[in-house]
Design a protein around this ligand. Sequence first.
Ligand code: ADP
Ligand code: MG
Length: 231
Amino acid sequence: MNTTDKIIAQARSENRTALLESEAKTIMTEYGVAVPKFQLATNEKEAAQIAQSIGFPVVAKIVSPEIIHKSDAGGVKVGLKTAADVEAAYTTIIENAKKYDPNARLLGVLIMEMAPSGIEVIVGAIKDPQFGATIMFGLGGIFVEVLKDVTFKIAPINTDEAKEMINNLKASALLKGYRNTPPADTDALAQILVNVSTLLTEHPEIKELDLNPILAYAKGASTVDARIILE
Ligand code: ADP
Ligand code: MG
């Protein structure tokens, strides 16, 4: 059994359909998608120690099977620069989460390497009962939420099809560089799409997947949030 199978089996045995961010990211890593370094802390001191070993600045995020949209729960703090910042963030995140959902099980706080800023893109997937896994690509923020500028393809897809998805966006010119922003590494983004396609094909028990956001750079890309829902 590989790591992905084990994570899915573990979630099933606990009757969970929503994987934890840490579980989803471990799966993405197994499928060749780069994520920032992360480790779970279960108290303030441990959070600070992990941050020291990862290197500042870090991001801190709530880990709870019941909290899927972490920012809505006041469960994400970015740009933490010192051990004191991290300890304070741990306390605040736990307090916020308790207020947001008093019944949520709080497993701790994920301490994560802070990725440099880049162009935000998102990759999503849903399983259509008729067509199977459908993969979605878009630019983050207003492009998806307001302008609905997204492209779709049915899995499996190859590299050329992944590149088409990227080029078919109305706003794809934004990925080709503008003003002071260098072109994004669209080959790296195409590779993420192909890797997601492989994951979905090998694991039809995945009902929904969301990599939101992925930060795209001149070279490479970093998937800073990952969500996987099982059938
Ligand atoms: P949510 O569950 O609310 O979607 P995210 O994990 O996406 O939580 O975090 C919210 C925001 O914080 C992201 O959209 C991103 O802008 C920022 N962020 C999260 N993790 C990182 C990271 N490791 N490095 C840099 N920015 C991050
Ligand atoms: Mg997110």
